[in-house]
Design a protein. Structure first.
Length: 363
């Protein structure tokens, strides 16, 4: 009887534990899978809907301390894991084979560091334990090959399918890997759309939890093709603090809203510059633009990334901060951002369509 009471007390207390990334109690997201009490030992199994490898031990420590007041001298053993499910995004579209979730990284304006955010988001999700792919959808100005260190590397074509290039644990493909680096692509809108569809549908992705798509700036043909023809699970908006950038980024938000693509949150890039000599902080591009945009559209502010020469140097070298220096300020910010993005997506309704058998009617 006492054991049953203790088990209920533990389950009740755990259900009220607030996860800082989901911003919800474990009970409300059905994360508690089991609680078993055996003599002097308590086994707890918790499954979160977002990858969290780099903070796993700290979460377990927090949960252990949280339970300590009610378990007396019993040993607490917490098994913590993640399960990435497919989540619904834009309705009425068939998903991609072997891809659970598609995250588009967008901005309405060039030069805000969107590609840097996209590549570090993909790398950080992989570092946290997810299986990740990266699609460079900027047909005119593909930058991901340089950022991943795959410039000049051609993908293998097998059974008429493009095999993605794997670098730093991330599967990637870009038009930059398929054409000459110095070639000028003078393609009109229909050709752009067709090229993007081929990159998306003809690439043999291998069991991805997330496919991160680096969109070109603006709200033109490529963005419309993507959002109208594949089920984007959610989008991340990248901006810089100044008002001029916000004007264009608002257009991107409006486009995504009209296309019924869920916006997961806002990332503010180049938020502050710290002098490398004296450490003085100066907000060169203004202040609070990302927070202002998030408030205006009822979104989550995912990250505020400083203007830092090391971010540029590492990314240009093909080894972005998450890979080359994960313990740096930038590396930690990008990993924190990735966990927030994945957790926000985990709160959306699950997509069970891939579990249903296909029914074929034959004469």
């Amino acid at each position: 009887m006492l054991q049953n009471t203790l088990q209920k007390d533990i389950e009740t207390r755990l259900a009220c534990f607030n996860d800082p990334y989901l911003e919800a109690e474990l009970g409300s997201v059905k994360a508690i899978k089991r609680v078993i009490i055996e003599q002097d030992r308590i086994d707890v199994e918790i499954v979160l809907g977002y990858p969290h490898d780099s903070i796993k031990n700290s979460i377990i420590a927090s949960l252990t301390d949280y339970l300590a007041p009610i378990v007396s001298d019993k040993i607490i053993n917490i098994k913590l894991s993640s399960q990435i499910d497919a989540h619904t995004g834009k309705q009425g579209l068939a998903g991609l084979p072997n891809v659970k979730n598609i995250i588009a990284v967008a901005s309405g304006k060039g030069g805000v560091g969107k590609s840097t955010v996209a590549i570090n988001l993909a790398l950080a999700l992989a570092k946290e334990g997810a299986k990740v792919g990266l699609l460079d959808a900027d047909i005119y100005g593909p930058s991901q090959p340089a950022m991943l260190g795959t410039s000049g590397e051609k993908p293998v074509i097998q059974d008429r399918r493009i095999q993605p290039i794997i670098r730093h644990g991330v599967q990637s493909i870009s038009i930059g890997n398929l054409v000459d680096a110095n070639a000028a692509l003078a393609w009109r809108g229909p050709m752009l759309g067709k090229a993007l569809e081929q990159l998306i549908h003809d690439t043999q992705w291998e069991k991805l939890d997330y496919l991160v798509i680096d969109l070109p700036p603006g709200t033109g043909d490529v963005q419309l093709t993507l959002c109208q023809k594949i089920p984007v699970s959610g989008a991340v908006i990248v901006t810089t603090p100044q008002d001029l950038a916000l004007l264009d980024v608002r257009r991107a938000c409006e486009m995504l809203n009209k296309l019924n693509v869920p916006v997961l949150g806002v990332v503010e890039n180049m938020s502050v510059y710290h002098c490398s000599h004296c450490g003085h902080a100066e907000r060169i591009f203004g202040e609070g633009g990302g927070s202002k945009l998030a408030t205006e559209y009822g979104l989550t502010a995912m990250a505020s990334i400083p203007l830092n020469m090391r971010i540029r140097e590492m990314t240009d070298s093909g080894n972005p901060p998450v890979v080359q220096d994960p313990e740096s300020e930038a590396g930690k910010i990008f990993c924190e951002m990735a966990r927030k993005v994945a957790a926000k997506l985990a709160l959306q309704a699950k997509d069970y369509s891939s579990r249903f058998p296909k029914i074929v009617v034959e004469k």
